[in-house]
Design a protein around this ligand. Structure first.
Ligand SMILES: O=c1nc[nH]c2c1ncn2[C@H]1C[C@H](O)[C@@H](COP(=O)(O)OP(=O)(O)OP(=O)(O)O)O1
Ligand SMILES: [Mg+2]
Length: 194
């Protein structure tokens, strides 16, 4: 029987990417909304702490193993900002449009546009699992001032892959998953679960 797992995220863009990534692996992964799990607080200054708290929260409320993703875009000229604060960079309520506008404005005076996406995944077998399984991934690129592409989510229309001459939003879902921070992290995590 396939093990049912709860995916501790409410981000529709992430859920779509996980559905395609996890479909290949044969895990039965259900978004936490199916179990009416409300959004967890993410008070910490590190990605891994936030991911762990999200995973524990979903596992505690469902009684199922849980997988959480904490991720963001880190811009070198901005000292790594927005980083762990990417989702709320422009304040509450969360808005991709406001976040992207603030990022472009904050970076306007800087010549160095280099950045990277970071993703950490945490898997807990139960809420008090003393050995969470942790994997991460990094995806380098550059921030551009004008959006390009309709795919992806979040910062993707502004995240250029210089070697490809395309933003992350101009990649197909499969192309993005093959190289992204999230795809890398998930493949590493699955390797550790075997
Ligand atoms: O592949 C990506 N393509 C574009 N943007 C991305 C990506 N990966 C992370 N990001 C951005 C979106 C959000 O501004 C922040 C994640 O924040 P993060 O707290 O991990 O997720 P979230 O609050 O949207 O959903 P949840 O916590 O329920 O999983 O980084
Ligand atoms: Mg979040």
């Amino acid at each position: 029987m396939t093990q049912k797992i709860v995916l501790a995220s409410n981000n529709a863009g992430k859920l779509k990417e996980f559905a395609s990534l996890l479909g290949e692996i044969g895990l039965d992964v259900r978004p936490q909304a199916e179990f009416n799990v409300p959004e967890a607080e993410e008070p910490f200054a590190t990605f891994v702490e936030n991911a762990l708290t999200k995973a524990r929260h979903a596992a505690r409320l469902t009684g199922l193993p849980a997988l959480a993703d904490d991720s963001g875009v880190c811009v070198n000229a901005l000292g790594g900002a927005p980083g762990v604060y990417s989702a709320r960079y422009a304040g509450e309520p969360k808005s991709d449009a406001a976040n992207n506008a603030k990022l472009v404005a904050d970076l306007a005076a800087h010549a160095d546009k280099s950045a990277y996406y970071y993703c950490v995944l945490v898997y807990v077998r139960h809420a008090d699992d003393p050995q969470p399984v942790i994997a991460d991934g990094v995806w380098p690129g550059e921030i551009v001032a004008a959006p390009q592409g309709e795919g992806g989510f979040g910062y993707d229309p502004y995240f250029l892959l210089p070697q490809l001459g395309k933003t992350a939003a101009q990649l197909s879902g499969a192309e993005k998953n093959a190289v992204s921070h999230r795809g890398q992290a998930l493949r590493a995590l699955v390797g550790k679960l075997k």
